[in-house]
Design a protein around this ligand. Structure first.
Ligand SMILES: *Cc1c(COP(=O)(O)O)cnc(C)c1O
Length: 377
């Protein structure tokens, strides 16, 4: 029997057709019809002022740090339980990372622990919506307002998810999306910057276009384009945007499939998790989740390691996620030490992600569940 991988790309069926059209259009560089169609689709569905499609979520995060004018010595508050790019983007501008612990239920940044970390150097808060389950944005926004901090949402997991009826990515001055192969919607590599603050739009276009006002030139707003600011090259090729459009237009099918997978796991693993003191994901009633991942929290590191091996022996790839950033070699350089974020440290030891991809078949799901249930803590 074939192994069940942790992830496998899913095609809606229109990817090849769109790429062929891009080839026929003979426009392969960025910002052609497909890139524009992707941005408009996201702007319309989410209701954000501007969406810029980028080469990755990492790059969208880098753009957000430039747009906030992060300077050496500025402090930015992140969860330690996140991907390196969330923090790297700001480190590149000289920021000092301040790590906040996570909530034990959603594994999102613990909003009650943010305020004691705010100093007169703090410039921004970067909530990460883990598994696309919204952070406590009401509380996070009121802290940001009180201390005049900007919010950048790392929404890599949470496209089309909602917190209290409002789309994730629409709370901060900006938000970032990922279209990496492991995310719900993909172009292999890719991302987007969502801009809610209208004052940031023009500069964002410039930063994305190598520090030039090329976007205004193409719209006929200036008669030549020139170097006006710092910047880099954050435009994906039309070939990638062509692929991405097929994925975004297939949103309903992709999300339905993922909802079924998530609910299958949650229902069929219920009794077994109870019997073995394993915790399933907790999703507050006031959020709509995007079914990005299904994770389990084993009792401890030892049982988690044994579980991953057990699944592997059954030909099923399950993976752990996020080593605490404050305890990584880079985090230690910034002063991180054990005990700084105790919930993060504990959950990181316990968490395991089950195979989760839109093309999973009922047989795949049955196999994963059967193998998992043969494991006893
Ligand atoms: C995947 C991911 C990123 C990085 O996305 P890329 O598109 O690969 O750059 C950033 N933050 C989080 C939380 C992610 O899961």
């Amino acid at each position: 029997m074939e192994n069940i991988p942790f992830n496998r790309p899913f095609y809606t069926g229109n990817e090849k057709l769109n790429i062929q059209t891009a080839l026929d259009n003979a426009h392969l560089s960025g910002d052609g019809v497909f890139t524009k169609a992707c941005s408009s689709l996201l702007e319309q569905v989410l209701g954000v002022n501007k969406v810029l499609i980028t080469t990755s979520c990492t790059h969208a995060l880098e753009m957000s740090a430039m747009l906030l004018d992060i300077q050496p010595g500025d402090e930015v508050i992140f969860p330690s339980f996140t991907f390196v790019s969330t923090v790297n983007a700001f480190i590149l501008r000289g920021a000092k990372p301040i790590f906040v612990d996570i909530r034990p239920d959603t594994l999102n940044m613990d909003e009650t622990k943010i305020e004691s970390l705010v100093t007169d150097k703090t410039k921004a808060l970067v909530p990460v919506h883990y598994a696309g389950v919204g952070c406590e944005m009401d509380a996070i926004q009121s802290i940001a307002d009180k201390h005049q901090l900007k919010i950048v949402e790392d929404n890599a997991h949470g496209l089309f998810a909602k917190y209290k009826g409002k789309y994730l990515g629409t709370f901060g001055s900006m938000a970032t999306q990922s279209f990496h192969e492991t995310k719900n919607f993909t172009s292999g590599e890719g991302g987007a910057l969502l801009i809610n603050d209208p004052e940031m739009i023009e500069r964002a276009e410039i930063i994305r276009e190598k520090g030039t006002n090329r976007s205004r030139f193409f719209r006929g707003q200036v008669d030549k384009y020139t170097w006006v600011d710092m910047g880099s090259s954050y435009l994906p090729s039309e070939l990638l945007a062509a692929f991405l459009l097929a994925q975004l237009e297939g949103c309903e099918e992709i999300q339905n499939r993922r909802k079924n997978i998530w609910e299958y796991y949650d229902l069929h693993l219920n009794a077994w998790t109870e019997e073995n003191s394993i915790r399933r994901p907790q999703v507050p009633a006031y959020v709509e989740q995007p079914y990005h991942m299904y994770y389990l929290l084993l009792p401890d590191l030892h049982s988690r390691t044994a579980f991953i091996k057990h699944m592997k022996d059954h030909g099923i790839m399950s993976v752990f996620h996020y080593l605490p950033l404050h305890l990584s070699p880079m985090g230690i350089n910034f002063g991180g030490k054990e005990g700084d974020c105790p919930i993060t440290e504990m959950m990181s030891d316990r968490l395991v992600r089950l195979p989760f991809y839109s093309g999973m078949t009922p047989e795949d799901l049955q196999r994963v569940v059967k193998a998992a249930m043969a494991f006893k803590v």
